[in-house]
Design a protein around this ligand. Structure first.
Ligand code: ADP
Length: 389
């Protein structure tokens, strides 16, 4: 009696060969539950295994599709709803060894594509495909994907909010600016010295608000990746001249001398996005003016190497404390010495500049010493590497 009980217990604790083989199958079937689809194919692209998520998301039952070609069971369409031919699908590139895995990029930067369900309806998906390698040979592939309909809806809501906010916030601020200017120009009658002082202050506060709204909208737009980057031929010689013309009045009002070293230089052209390049350099020049003292010089110059141009703006102003330099491109970060001389900055200018630089495949660099000055560099490769361009 006692022996029998012991035997039974042992049988229960040690799984048999069948159970050992079935376990990975069971794990795969439940992996990702009904949210994440997992499908394994052999080297010809025939389906060998799917999880429950695959069945739920695509509407196909496992037994109806085992052995069938995945590309036939699950047709793929690109962003413009065109069917992606078999050869162009990442799966076939992986099975033929042309690429090793889905190009790695954050989910929000993955190209949008659609899968077609059994009932012919479509859904946007995010997917990662990797080869199954055995004895150094690709014997198949495994794909993990999920339905991103909800994420797409949220993205749309974000876009709608952005365009609403940009109109709704900017219009009243521009209106206020116009009204203050009308009073400042004494178009509504005489203005006393004290009233003028107040009007000037209201004007400055309104200008700060306009800049803040503008910066925040820019940040939201760039972060959502909705800005199209158009490549064009930009003359740096002209761009520097333009920058000097735009920034000179502000510099003069602070007693700062802008020096364009490129003035008599041969014409330099670069293939990039003009608006983005201008915004980055404008941010550098504007900061150099803000954080310099009256009588100091701000220099605009450039260096040329075989593979890149480096544009730079050098000042002899307050500089940036060494321990703070690595945080200076973070959103809202402001240097401790900068806060003392300009309490109302946003800390968004350099963050936007570094995002723009990334968009055009360029790099932002800094050299600075507290109390001695700073140089901000923009290194633009001659051959653009950014695939957005
Ligand atoms: P803001 O100027 O509104 O603070 P930015 O993002 O343009 O925002 O700059 C972030 C911080 O970087 C500034 O607060 C300042 O501490 C530092 N900084 C930027 N440019 C300079 C400069 N030319 N000289 C000294 N500090 C600078």
């Amino acid at each position: 009696m006692i022996t029998k009980i012991k035997t039974k217990r042992r049988e229960k604790q040690t799984p048999g060969l069948k159970e050992i083989a079935a376990e990975p199958e069971a794990i795969l079937a439940s992996l990702g539950d009904h949210i994440m689809a997992v499908v394994v194919v052999d080297k010809n692209g025939g389906i060998t295994r799917v999880n429950k998520g695959f069945e739920t998301i695509t509407g196909w039952q496992k037994k109806a599709i085992l052995g069938k070609l995945l590309v036939k069971v699950l047709p793929r369409e690109d962003e413009n709803r065109n069917r992606v031919p078999f050869k162009k699908r990442i799966l076939s590139k992986i099975l033929t060894g042309k690429i090793l895995t889905t190009p790695s990029r954050p989910v929000e930067k993955m190209p949008v594509f659609y899968y077609i369900r059994k009932n012919k309806s479509r859904f946007p998906a995010a997917s990662v495909i990797s080869p199954v390698v055995f004895n150094n040979k690709t014997v198949g592939a495994v794909e993990v994907f999920y339905d991103i309909t909800r994420e797409k809806e949220l993205e749309q809501t974000r876009q709608d909010f952005l365009s609403l906010a940009s109109h709704q916030l900017r219009t009243p601020l521009s209106g206020t600016k116009w009204l203050i200017e009308t009073m400042q120009r004494k178009m509504l009658g005489p203005v006393t010295e004290r009233q003028k002082e107040y009007l000037d202050q209201i004007y400055d506060l309104n200008e700060r608000m306009i800049k803040l709204v503008f910066d925040m909208l820019h940040v939201l737009q760039f972060e959502s990746g909705t800005i199209m980057v158009k490549k064009e031929t930009v003359s740096i010689t002209d761009l520097y001249k333009e920058l000097i013309t735009v920034m000179e009045p502000v510099a003069k009002s602070k007693g700062i001398i802008l020096r364009n070293v490129l003035k008599n230089h041969k014409t330099v052209v670069v293939e990039t996005n003009a608006m983005m390049l201008r915004s980055i350099l404008e941010c550098f020049v504007s900061n150099a003016i803000t954080y310099s003292k009256s009588g100091q010089e701000v220099i605009l110059d450039m260096k040329e190497e075989s593979t890149a141009f480096t544009f730079f703006v050098k000042d002899l102003g307050i500089g940036i404390p060494k321990e703070e330099q690595k945080r200076i491109f973070e959103r809202f970060y402001r240097g401790s010495n900068a806060k003392r001389i300009k309490p109302d900055g946003t800390g968004l200018g350099l963050y936007i500049a570094s995002m723009l630089a990334e968009k055009i495949g360029a790099e932002v660099l800094l050299e600075s010493e507290e109390g001695k000055g700073s140089t901000f560099y923009l290194r633009v490769p001659k051959k653009m590497v950014d695939k957005n361009l």
